[in-house]
Ligand binder design. Structure first.
Ligand SMILES: N[C@@H](CCC(=O)N[C@@H](CS)C(=O)NCC(=O)O)C(=O)O
Length: 196
């Protein structure tokens, strides 16, 4: 199995950290989505990374797409895992925390695509900034809920530091600041730093 993702994709980083923490060997095939490489389009017709290409023995390889789905697949490979509560409210809370963190990334990426076209203001842009601000405030209250949620939130916050340093997300979110400082020092986050 191999992961198609770019070295800077935060969704890809979430999965790479997860694989390291789970002890899963997950080779990365550096894939730039905007170049529409054939291997990516074969794995994911949406043309998005990350995509997980499975070994099905035929050389073709079937694929799992969308980082929450891939995350669930990886976690399912390790029945003894303790990162994500297996069931009940704590499970769904952790999955919702993942969705919040991914949603912050989705909003940030919309902003980047708009910027690339010279659009830096307007109602749609403001809406993304407001969504990020509100989600961060909720995430700040969820620190420590689960290791999985903590990983997802750290990935999202570090992406904001990387691409939107002027946002100063740290100012109103002290619990996230503490979390991110702690997790970025771990070997899994160190090994998956985006090229800056
Ligand atoms: N919901 C997807 C989002 C993935 C995504 O937006 N990836 C970006 C790169 S970080 C991408 O491939 N963008 C290319 C495009 O939107 O065409 C996931 O969680 O995997």
């Amino acid at each position: 199995m191999k992961l198609l993702a770019s070295l800077t994709s935060p969704y890809g980083r979430k999965l790479r950290v997860l694989a390291l923490e789970l002890g899963i060997d997950l080779p990365l095939e550096d894939t730039a989505p905007m170049a529409d490489p054939a291997a990516l389009l074969a794995a994911n017709p949406l043309g998005k990374v990350p995509a997980l290409v499975l070994d099905d023995g035929s050389g073709g390889g079937s694929a799992i797409i969308d980082s929450p789905v891939i995350a669930a697949y990886l976690i399912g490979l390790v029945p003894a895992q303790t990162l994500l509560p297996v069931a009940g409210p704590a499970h769904w809370q952790a999955r919702s925390t993942e969705a919040l963190a991914d949603g912050v990334l989705d909003a940030a990426i919309i902003l980047r695509f708009n910027m690339a076209q010279g659009i830096t203001a307007g109602p749609w842009v403001d809406r993304q900034y407001r969504a990020i601000e509100r989600a961060l405030a909720v995430m700040n209250g969820r620190v420590g809920g689960s290791d999985f949620g903590d990983i997802c939130m750290t990935v999202a916050c570090d992406y904001l530091t990387f691409r939107f340093p002027e946002l100063n997300w740290q100012v109103h979110n002290p619990a996230l600041v503490e979390l991110v400082g702690r997790l970025l020092a771990t070997s899994a986050f160190q090994a998956t730093q985006p090229l800056r």
